[in-house]
Design a protein around this ligand. Structure first.
Ligand code: MCF
Ligand code: FE
Length: 404
């Protein structure tokens, strides 16, 4: 058992002073220090410096670790140009993405207070790094392929990657499934994957309605994707429209990434099914996509969470940076309220969406906690300050163990 005595704790509804936390792998009790010492006299005690703030560890629900070698290779500003640049540079990106390169990415996340991440794994190149990472990992094996003729082979490859991830047995590692997107995955494959999700109770995510090109292609088999599919895949029309795609996810807990070009009907379906939208503002800006309509999501009571996406469409894997960009990208949202929502989105809401027992400093939750070094006593605008000032992260605790 351990006791940590910060100056302040970021609790669900308030900032506490004069409380400490007793924990092993889960949070056992939150109470005044003397009381905890009496109850757990043998506990190891960590007293923190002045103005230290204990808060829940951050959850980055969407990151492509295998794309961590990119810095300047990929073309930004337009989604289709980006996609062509991914195809053109695929070999280089893969070859340059060594174990060390990927480990640097997970370490950077750790240093910026990310205690859980959702890895979208295209090739299982990142399996070992993720298995060895200090963080909790939801390992989303990606299923991709729009051609029916190749479906069996693609599904076989996907299943063997899924099996390899199931063989990793460690606390906080969850094998899971990513269906790439409605334009790139044949319905035969989508249906098979969702059957698996239901039978084995796996976590599920998908990219959905990221670009105008995707909107036009799914709605009318036209637009910027037309040439791409005709020349590269000899495909003249979309394999699935968005209504059909969403129908397969009825009653399924899924996190849809981007959703910047969704229409009212799609959002109603997402709302009805209590599904989640992953908001990646930096990626959307860099790939020339629209800004997510947060107000519409809030009006429809749709849970949304902030994530970084990969270094394929970001310059950092830092949720403090991501929240800051989001704060400035949604100027119509009331500042303090929105700052609070952003922080909740990368803690409690992300944990709820992923079905993980974490994201809060609360008795019974997993002991995933970070310490921020504030420089003054916090006031009621602390959520804004946390997002603006990128305070130093001086301690990271994951499942009760010191990770930084
Ligand atoms: O989220 C961004 C942009 N949207 C789609 N895909 C990716 C992103 N970053 C990396 N990807 C990967 C994706 O997982 O790019 C590959 C897929 O494996 C090709 S996209 C047809
Ligand atoms: Fe992505």
């Amino acid at each position: 058992m351990q006791i940590i005595t910060p100056h302040y704790i970021f609790l669900d509804d308030r900032i506490s002073t004069n409380l400490s936390v007793a924990y092993d792998n889960t949070i056992k009790k939150i109470a005044p220090y003397e009381q905890l010492l009496e109850e757990f006299p043998d506990a190891k005690v960590t007293s923190l410096r002045e103005n230290s703030l204990l808060m829940p560890g951050l959850i980055n629900s969407h990151v492509h670790i295998e794309f961590s070698a990119n810095k300047t290779k990929l073309s930004y500003g337009d989604f289709i140009s980006w996609l062509y640049s991914v195809i053109e540079n695929r070999e280089d990106l893969i070859n340059d993405c060594s174990y060390e390169c990927m480990q640097k990415a997970t370490d950077e996340m750790l240093k910026s207070g990310i205690t859980t991440f959702g890895a979208i794994s295209s090739h299982a190149m990142d399996l070992e790094v993720c298995a060895n990472a200090k963080q909790n990992v939801v390992f989303f094996n990606e299923l991709i392929g729009s051609q029916a003729a190749a479906a069996d082979a693609l599904y076989g490859d996907f299943l063997s990657r899924l099996d390899a991830s199931k063989a990793i047995e460690r606390e906080g590692f969850y094998p899971a499934i990513a269906i790439h997107s409605p334009y790139s995955v044949h319905p035969i494959l989508v249906k098979k994957a969702i059957e698996l999700v239901k039978n084995e109770n796996l976590k599920l995510t998908a990219h959905f309605m990221e670009s105008q090109a995707e909107r036009d292609w799914l709605d009318k088999s036209d637009g910027d994707f037309k040439e791409f599919f005709q020349t590269l895949l000899k495909q003249n029309s979309a394999v699935c429209d968005s209504e059909e795609f969403l129908s397969y996810f009825e009653g399924v807990n899924v996190l849809f990434t981007h959703a910047t070009t969704t229409n009212k009907k799609e959002l109603d379906s997402i709302s009805k099914n209590k599904q989640t939208i992953i908001h990646c503002p930096i990626s959307n800006r860099l790939l020339g996509n629209k800004t997510l309509n947060i107000k519409e999501l809030n009006d429809k009571n749709i849970r949304w969470v902030v994530a970084t996406d990969g270094l394929s469409s970001n310059y950092k894997l830092d949720l403090f940076e991501e929240m800051k960009i989001s704060l400035f990208m949604h100027p119509s949202e009331p500042l303090l309220d929105f700052a609070k929502q952003l922080l909740k989105s990368v803690t409690k809401d992300a944990a709820d969406a992923l079905g993980l027992n974490t994201g809060e400093i609360k008795e019974g939750k997993n002991a995933d906690m970070i310490v921020l070094d504030l420089d003054a006593e916090p006031n009621e605008e602390l959520p804004i300050h946390i997002i603006l000032h990128r305070y130093n992260v001086s301690k990271v605790i994951i499942n009760g163990k010191d990770a930084l």
